[in-house]
Write a protein of this length. Structure first.
Length: 144
């Protein structure tokens, strides 16, 4: 029997995913991390981006706008503000959000306005990148 770990992804709205996994990839504060069962314990802030959960031939993909990744030897927990299944992301809305953020940066008058616009731009770009990665994986497997 293959070794697996429990993965729980929870947002402010409730539990988004709970199940066994062979591997998890996430956008941690210092870059992408890959987690296997029996991984050493650690805690990290998450950047906006994709979280992939692999179990055998199955793979689930999620967009996390920010949150915390907690790794224990047999359990990985992601506590996020907002989580969306990658397949449910709206590319047109993400492109529109990117344009709004760029416009807001050009018209920003205060440091707070600039910081908000930068945060919005980072999230929009991360959504667009997640959509593109998902599209690329689907094309590779012939499911696009």
């Amino acid at each position: 029997m293959a070794v697996s770990m429990q993965v729980d992804i929870v947002s402010a709205e409730g539990e988004i995913f709970s199940g066994k996994a062979d591997m998890l990839f996430a956008q941690a504060a210092n870059g992408e991390v890959g987690i296997l069962p029996f991984h050493t314990q650690f805690l990290s802030q998450l950047k906006p981006g994709e979280v992939r959960v692999k179990s055998g031939d199955e793979e689930d993909s999620f967009f996390v706008n920010s949150g915390i990744l907690e790794v224990q030897p047999h359990v990985v927990t992601i506590l996020a503000d907002t989580v969306v299944r990658s397949k449910d992301l709206d590319e047109a809305a993400a492109l529109e959000a990117k344009q709004r953020a760029e416009d807001a940066m050009e018209n920003a008058k205060t440091d707070i306005d600039i910081a908000r616009a930068q945060s919005d731009l980072i999230q929009a770009l991360a959504k667009i990148q997640t959509i593109q990665k998902l599209r690329d994986r689907l094309e590779k497997t012939g499911m696009a």
